[in-house]
Structures are given as C-alpha cells and as structure tokens.
Design a protein around this ligand. Structure first.
Ligand SMILES: *Cc1c(COP(=O)(O)O)cnc(C)c1O
Length: 491
C-alpha cells in the first residue's frame, strides 16, 4: 500500500548499481575534529555521568546524536549573513529582515521573537491556558506539556491509534484522530478547550509527520466550534518533506505552497529556531491582532525587547537565511533521507526500530531491543548507556526516565521506550552512520548482557536532564569484557 521506509526520495539521482544511497547536495567547508576514547575511558565517563547521556562531556563523545537542537550545520550563506548584523537594542534592520521573511513564508502579519522554543510555550500557555482548561494535541512534547500543566491546564492526547504502533506502514502516524477530538469537544465543551495543539514532525513518537489533509480536517472542526489551533512548527522542515513525498495530492506543490496552506489553517504558529531554520532562537507568528497584543507584553517581560526577544542579532540574520533555505527541497530532504538509510540498514539486520522512518533521528525500540528488562528498570535509559559504552555514540533516552512522577509520587511509564539517535541536519557523513549501525548491530547481538538502571538522584521537574542512575548489577563490566574479546584493541 505505502512505499517502504526510505524508498521515497526527492532526490533525482539514481545509482547505476541500484543501491539506495542518500546523496548529499552540499559540500563540507568547515570541519571539527572528533575523538573516540577507548572503551575503558567510556566506561568511566558514563559512570561519572550517572548513566545519563545529558551529563556526558563532549570530549568523551565520538558521534553526538543527542539532539538536532542548535547543532544543525549552518550554510555558508547563513555564516555570511551573520557578519552583516545590525546590532541595536530597538529598531534593528536585522529584525525587520526576519519579520519580512516570516511574512513572506508564512503569510501572517505578526511576529514575536523569543530566545528558544520553550520560551514561546511559556508565553502561549500563559496567555491561553487557564486552570481547569484542556489542551488536546496529537502528542505532547516534554516542555510543551510542562508549561501547560504549570498554568493549570490538562493535556489530552488524541493521536490516531496507529501513532503508537512502533512498527507500521502508516505514512502519517502524527495525525490527530478526528473522532477523539469531537468526543473531547462533546465532553468538555468548546469553552473549556484552551486550544488544540498540533505538533508537526511529532517529536516523541519518533519524528512522525501529520498529513496536510489531517490539518485541514482539524482546522475545519476547530473553526466550527470557535477553538484556536496552535501549531508547533519546530520540526516543520521534516514534515514538509513527508507531505511532499508521502501525500499523493501534494506531490506537485512547492514547499512554499504547502507552508502557506498550513499557515492559513492555524491561528498561532510557534517554533524553536534551534531546529527550524538551523540557528538558535525561536518565534511566535499569528494573524490575530488580539492574540499578538496579549502575547507581546510577555515577550518584553520574559525575553527582551520586541526586535530581538532574547536572540543574538547575528542569530537573527542566520535564521532569516535558514528559513528561506527550509523552502529548498535539497535542504529538507537531507535529514529524512539519512534517517531513512539508517532505519533501513538496521531493520535489515533485525534491530527493532520505529517504522516508517520519521524525521529528526532514528529511534531504537528499547522495549523490544531489551525485552528482558521490565519498564521499572528503564530499558531506554539502559540502552542509551550501553550504546555509548560500546560506541562513543551519544543518544537520548525518550522513555520513562523522560516522564515525571504523578502528584502521588508514582511512576508514570511512557507508552514507548525509545533511544533516539538524532541526525542533525547536514552534520554527519554516511560512513559515520555506517559506524553507528555497525556498533548498534553488535550490541543487539550481545543484548542479553545489558542490565537495568535505578535512580540514585532524582530531581522533581524534568528529571531526565540532571537525574543520575546506577546499573542494577555489574553488567557494564561484562559488556566491556565482551567488547574487548570481539574487537581486540580496536576502539
Ligand atoms: C525542541 C522542541 C521544542 C522546544 O524548543 P527549545 O528550543 O528546545 O526550547 C518544542 N517543541 C518541539 C516539537 C520541539 O522539538
């Protein structure tokens, strides 16, 4: 029915050999030296970090696949633009350029700059979420949920059931289930719904996209009930690629046309420019003067004056160019095509991964990878620790460690236990991905050696950032011994 993961490609280049190679449409102009410390050092490093990959130091890491946030490669044009920055507290020409670019791409009148995505979430939640209100969404993101809850709201996930199926051929696992949305409107009444949030390129379920058609239907239903639609566009670049390549009715639309149609269907767009636009910053966009005026006060209170919003002026220049580059098919295809390659290679070797391939990274299914571990021992956290140990590759736990305890202090286990291996845009080469695939396959062969983790230091809020864990047994030494037996003195 649907094309297999990774087979769809915007690339016009076919290989004579028939091999499916994601060909780069850019060249490397600036490089950064990498080191790969020996496994004994990696063991010490992961122990010092409390088995939390957030606490590792860069000097101990070979491939940093923690995140795509703020670490995408910039283009020569972005770097060049940064030299032209018009730095002033108010009235900066640089800001006017960004505002014009936003109006051009999104076709909306008002733009508010913020220092990063969660700052936009703080402001949107403070303005629209009241105690007792409900925010239906396809799926939560850590910081989006935290801000809604902090303001007294409740998150209701109304993702299609298929969205939580780890292996699937559904091309749009990030879609909202319209029946679930209608049922929530019936139960709570439209007035109790603060807004409906649609997250594009749905992060925590594996960077899975929604279709344009789904957004049209969500928008129609919300408008019929006078409910605002808020669109988290942080991962828009990937979702644009998937709409273009997987949604037959959109294959002849340009990325600009798809983006314009999206903006016409929503009331507020916000984004992290650490992802969208390959810079560092964020923004809120709307056509509603009323919404703009309400949010504007909070920007000056929390972020900075309206012509920089906590961003450096140089980053604003880079963002303006980066947003324009997001309208380039070569640019948006690179990430999803590299991820598609990794997912295909791992699937071929029998390693459990999320399918179809999504955006932002390749996601290992720790629940099946380590099916001997109960969720109480944090399989995704254990897999993150084990993979770093055997490869120097740093991934991010996206499972129960990333959840927080409920009001009574009980664990809330996540629907999925994932190890996310982010593939920042235009950063890695194909041989580096092959290395990661190789070590992951070795670890899969030796998965029985991997044991669980338990918290030894557990912060109350966003515990995954600073929490420390210890292995439940001395499984890490056994893994090091097996690595040495198989690889000799190789790194
Ligand atoms: C990263 C991200 C955010 C938060 O952005 P920051 O810049 O990290 O604060 C919000 N929503 C989604 C979907 C994201 O991926």
């Amino acid at each position: 029915m649907h094309p297999p993961a990774g087979a769809v490609s915007m690339s016009k280049v076919k290989f004579f050999s028939g091999e499916n190679v994601p060909l780069e449409m850019h060249k490397v102009r600036i490089v950064q030296k990498l080191t790969l410390p020996p496994i004994e050092r990696r063991l010490a490093a992961i122990q010092e970090a409390g088995n939390n990959t957030f606490l590792l130091k860069n000097r101990d890491i070979y491939l940093d696949m923690l995140t795509d946030s703020g670490v995408n490669a910039m283009s020569d044009k972005q770097l060049g633009a940064m030299m032209e920055a018009d730095d002033s507290y108010a009235g900066s020409e640089t800001f006017s350029k960004l505002q014009d670019k936003i109006r051009d791409i999104f076709g909306m009148e008002y733009f508010l700059p913020v220092h990063q995505g969660r700052a936009a979430e703080n402001i949107v939640s403070k303005v629209f979420v009241r105690p007792g209100t409900v925010v239906p969404m396809n799926y939560h993101f850590t910081t989006s949920k935290a801000h809604i809850v902090l303001n007294g709201g409740t998150v209701e996930e109304i993702l299609i059931d298929e969205g939580l199926a780890v292996t699937s051929t559904h091309p749009f696992k990030g879609n909202i289930d319209l029946d679930k949305l209608q049922a929530l409107i019936n139960t709570h009444g439209a007035d109790t719904i603060a807004y409906v949030r649609l997250e594009t390129g749905t992060n925590l379920i594996g960077g899975q996209p929604h279709s344009l058609q789904n957004l049209r239907e969500v928008s129609t239903l919300c408008r019929a009930h006078g409910i605002l639609v808020v669109f988290d566009a942080s991962l828009l670049a990937d979702n644009l690629y998937f709409i273009k390549t997987r949604e037959a009715a959109c294959k002849d639309m340009s990325l600009r046309e798809i983006t314009r149609e999206i903006s016409g269907l929503v009331d507020v767009i916000y984004f992290s420019a650490r992802k969208l636009g390959c810079a560092r910053g964020g923004g809120i966009i709307t056509n509603s003067e009323d919404a703009y005026l309400k949010m504007r006060e909070l920007v000056t209170l929390y972020e900075g004056f309206l012509t920089y919003g906590g961003m450096s002026i140089r980053e604003i220049e880079a963002l303006t160019v980066g947003l324009e580059e997001t309208m380039d098919e070569d640019m948006v295809s690179q990430g999803p095509q590299f991820i598609g390659y990794m997912v295909e290679e791992l699937s071929r070797k029998g390693v459990p991964v999320i399918t179809p391939a999504g955006g932002l990274g390749c996601h290992l299914d720790a629940m099946r990878f380590l099916d001997h571990l109960p969720q109480t021992e944090y399989p995704a956290g254990a897999l993150a620790s084990a993979l770093y140990l055997v490869s120097g590759v740093r991934g991010m736990e996206r499972g129960s460690v990333s959840e927080q305890r409920d009001a009574e202090g009980n664990e809330t286990y996540s629907n999925m236990e994932l190890l996310r291996l982010a593939v920042p845009r235009r950063v890695f080469t194909l041989s580096q991905l092959k290395y990661a695939v190789d070590r992951i396959s070795w670890l899969y062969e030796n998965r029985a050696l991997v044991g669980g983790l338990r918290f030894i230091e557990e912060p109350k809020i966003l515990r995954f950032f600073f929490g420390k864990l210890a292995p439940t047994t001395d499984w890490q030494s056994a893994l090091v011994a097996k690595f040495r037996a198989d690889f000799g003195d190789s790194l």
